[in-house]
Design a protein around this ligand. Structure first.
Ligand SMILES: [Zn+2]
Ligand SMILES: [Zn+2]
Length: 325
């Protein structure tokens, strides 16, 4: 289909005549001034004038001597006679978008930038603080000790679990499933079209329909299942704890078996925590804690004075503790 060319309009800056035709009126009929390509604009719909039998030969060239637009093939300026061989094309007019919602992806980009900058600033601040420039000196003394030893215990049991059907273990029993939304899928849902005006640069413009596919999200259903399965599960751990300097292992029975069956128990990993409580010398209500290995923990004696670094957020840097000289 052949494109219909319409006249761009221009206003004469010398005598004020408005809505002159871009293709047909290269000079102002009021005062004879040459057309200024910068004054071209798209007409309102009621002012649209089609150019009959328009033959498009390319964007106009601008005369560098007098600014008059000349057809692309012109050898000498129609206004001043200047040689047009090496002249540049006129600037194209962009259609002003009016009453149009801003396309979705753009605000996201511009909005996320300040957030990224804020994030970087916070990250730098945090790095500086980790680097040690956000700490202050503090004096403290050992207030007390505490310790805890914990042994995880597992029991072989029949447990109920839930999973999508494709993730249900093959050993599962009493499987019961129902339909549930697992994800969403984007599918095309028609097109959003609008007519846009394109400046051809020779005093005319054409109209084009630009369409974008619209999408909608639809739920993707799947089977979500409840089932029973026999497996090792964590039960209450064995714990011993105290506030003295003589830790002992947790007591308690673990029902181990040689052949795994329901009710069998086994021990898991053992964790030991040895904590020293430091009291701030200037603010006695402030107590800091540090965890150490058992050997080092024992060497902190109650009442002995220490210097250390405390962050501005109030946490003690346990690596900076030094005995007061
Ligand atoms: Zn004029
Ligand atoms: Zn000229």
């Amino acid at each position: 289909m052949e494109e219909i060319h319409y006249e761009m309009l221009w206003d004469c800056q010398y005598c004020g005549t408005e809505k002159l035709l871009g293709v047909s009126q290269r000079f102002c009929p009021g005062c004879g001034s040459a057309q200024d390509p910068d004054s071209r604009y798209f007409p309102e719909d009621e002012d649209k004038v089609a150019v009959a039998d328009h033959k498009y030969i390319g964007a106009d060239k601008r005369c560098s001597a007098c600014d008059a637009p000349n057809a692309a093939v012109t050898k000498h300026c129609i206004n001043c006679g200047n040689n047009m061989d090496d002249e540049n094309s006129v600037d194209l007019v962009e259609e002003k978008k009016k009453n149009e919602p801003v396309p979705a992806p753009e605000p996201k980009k511009s909005n996320s930038l300040p957030k990224i900058i804020l994030g970087v600033v916070i990250l730098l601040g945090v790095l500086l603080c980790i680097g040690g420039s956000c700490t202050k000196d503090a004096a403290m003394q050992v207030q007390s000790h505490s310790w805890e030893q914990k042994i995880a215990v597992k029991e072989y049991a029949r447990v109920q679990e839930k999973a999508w059907k494709d993730k249900v273990p093959y050993k599962a029993e009493s499987v019961s499933c129902r339909e549930k939304e697992r994800s969403t899928e984007k599918i095309p849902d028609g097109k959003d079209c609008k007519t846009v005006k394109k400046d051809k640069g020779d005093g005319s413009f054409v109209e084009k329909e630009e369409c974008k596919t619209r999408y909608k999200e639809i739920p993707v259903m799947d089977q979500y299942c409840t089932y029973k399965i026999e497996k090792w599960k964590d039960i209450r751990p064995l714990i011993s704890s105290g506030k003295d300097l003589s830790p002992y292992p947790p007591k308690g029975n673990v029902e181990t078996c040689t052949i795994t069956r329901i009710g069998c128990q086994k021990k898991g990993t053992k964790t030991e925590t040895y904590t020293v409580h430091f009291q701030d010398s200037t603010e006695s209500s402030t107590v800091y804690t540090c965890d150490f290995s058992q050997d080092i923990w024992k060497k902190y004696e109650v009442g002995i004075q220490y210097d250390a670094q405390v962050s501005l957020l109030g946490s003690l840097d346990c690596d900076t503790i030094k005995r007061k000289q």
